[in-house]
Design a protein around this ligand. Structure first.
Ligand SMILES: *Cc1c(COP(=O)(O)O)cnc(C)c1O
Ligand code: SF4
Length: 387
């Protein structure tokens, strides 16, 4: 059930795809499968569809029955194919199939852990750092991550469509000449049509002081079929950078690799964000495999996030100590490009705080004692005038 078997044996791959299509009363047809709108129309949403896709556990069955009112459930056929139907601990499955534990509220859990609502200046526009803003483009995603930091908004139908908010957003950006960087995120901006995206990006790009525009998207992982030459042309036209979202190497399938190739060949710089999740990617080898797989398709790991304390995510979170241990096991042990910055988005609106193990043992009298990746110490002496 991984990309290697799929690549090595197209017959096995299409057999599973056929099973998936039959749940919707259709047979596997590669042209339909590769059409992103077909994928969106055939998402797994209802408990009875999941019963046919997976051998559900009691916790998952209860989760499917009870959590959708709080936070939508949806999985694309593409992503569903990656789930091991017999393994409840499958790392792909844990990301997207709800469990009963989602109903639990732990100490410190919040509905808006990053305090975004507090820094909202115009509906859907968050201005926290002096020079950059976050624009929530829409409130739908191709599939729903059970740990989503914006589950209070995403899938809830509370955010007005962007065309209705866009004039106010543009007016704010025009008035705030200190803003040079706009991050469109969501919900998933790449679910907009090419025409809509072209219009939104064009209006942002027309503001002279906006010099950097990026889009955060999990579409390449959930719905690689969406990455079409037409979409790439719009992104290239507006000189957009992309921040993708991947949590496990198994997500980097041949179809995903093709989508990344199309983007990289189209001149779109690609970064990636990963959320550290218990039972999904919380060991060094799993993270290494993921980051190496991403480098191979020209995606640069950017951030590794400590999972935000969103209500109902306790079963998916690790300790901070675990995160420090993991990032220490990567830095220096593999290609520097394969090591993202480990950050905690400080609860309550503090912004991203980078975390690493202590590498400066002491720094006194112009002498810094450093600990390297292998645990040995070295000293660096400052030039004379600073001693
Ligand atoms: C993450 C984030 C940004 C962008 O931060 P970078 O460190 O530049 O990637 C901007 N605004 C908000 C509110 C954010 O959460
Ligand atoms: S893709 Fe992003 S916004 Fe959408 S559900 Fe996942 S984490 Fe939330």
């Amino acid at each position: 059930m991984n990309e290697n078997t799929a690549a090595a044996d197209p017959l096995i791959a299409s057999a599973r795809r056929d099973e998936i299509c039959r749940i919707f009363g259709e047979s596997y047809d590669p042209a339909r499968w590769n059409d992103w709108r077909w994928q969106m129309r055939h998402r797994f949403i209802k408990p009875e569809q999941f019963e046919k896709l997976l051998r559900l556990t009691t916790s998952e069955r209860r989760g499917l029955a009870m959590t959708h009112e709080k936070f939508a459930v949806a999985i694309t056929p593409h992503f569903a194919e990656l789930i091991d139907p017999d393994d409840p601990n499958c790392p792909i499955r844990r990301q997207v199939v709800p469990r009963e534990e989602e109903l639990l509220v732990g100490p410190g859990d919040m509905t808006d852990p990053c305090g975004e609502d507090h820094d909202e200046v115009v509906p859907g526009l968050v201005h926290r750092y002096p020079d950059r803003v976050l624009l929530l483009a829409l409130d739908t995603c191709a599939a729903y991550c059970r740990y989503c930091t914006r589950s209070r908004l995403v899938s809830q139908g509370e955010l007005d469509p962007l065309p209705r908010r866009l004039d106010a957003v543009i007016a704010y950006l025009e008035a705030h000449t200190e803003v040079r960087d706009v991050l469109l995120s969501g919900g998933d901006p790449l679910l907009m049509s090419e025409d809509r995206l072209d219009e939104v990006l064009g209006r942002i790009r027309a503001i002279p002081h906006i010099e950097f525009v990026r889009i955060g998207s999990r579409v390449p992982s959930f719905l690689p079929q969406r990455i079409t030459p037409e979409l790439v042309a719009v992104l290239r036209k507006h000189r957009v950078w992309l921040s993708l979202h991947f949590c496990h190497a198994r997500e980097v399938t041949p179809d995903v690799a093709n989508a990344c190739d199309l983007l990289a060949d189209g001149g779109i710089p690609l970064g990636s964000q990963t959320v550290l999740l218990k039972g999904v990617n919380d060991d060094v080898q799993t993270l290494k495999d993921l980051f190496h797989a991403l480098l191979k398709v020209r995606v640069r790991p950017y951030y590794l996030y400590q999972c935000d304390p969103v209500v109902g995510t306790g079963h998916l979170r690790t300790s901070v100590a675990k995160g420090i241990e993991l990032i220490s096991g990567l830095r220096g042990h593999t290609t520097g490009y394969a090591v993202p910055t480990y950050v905690i988005d400080a609860p309550g609106g503090g912004g991203k705080v980078p975390i690493q193990a202590e590498t400066i043992v002491s720094y006194e009298n112009g002498q810094a004692l450093l600990r390297n990746w292998a645990g040995r110490t070295y000293s660096y002496v400052d030039p004379a005038e600073h001693a």
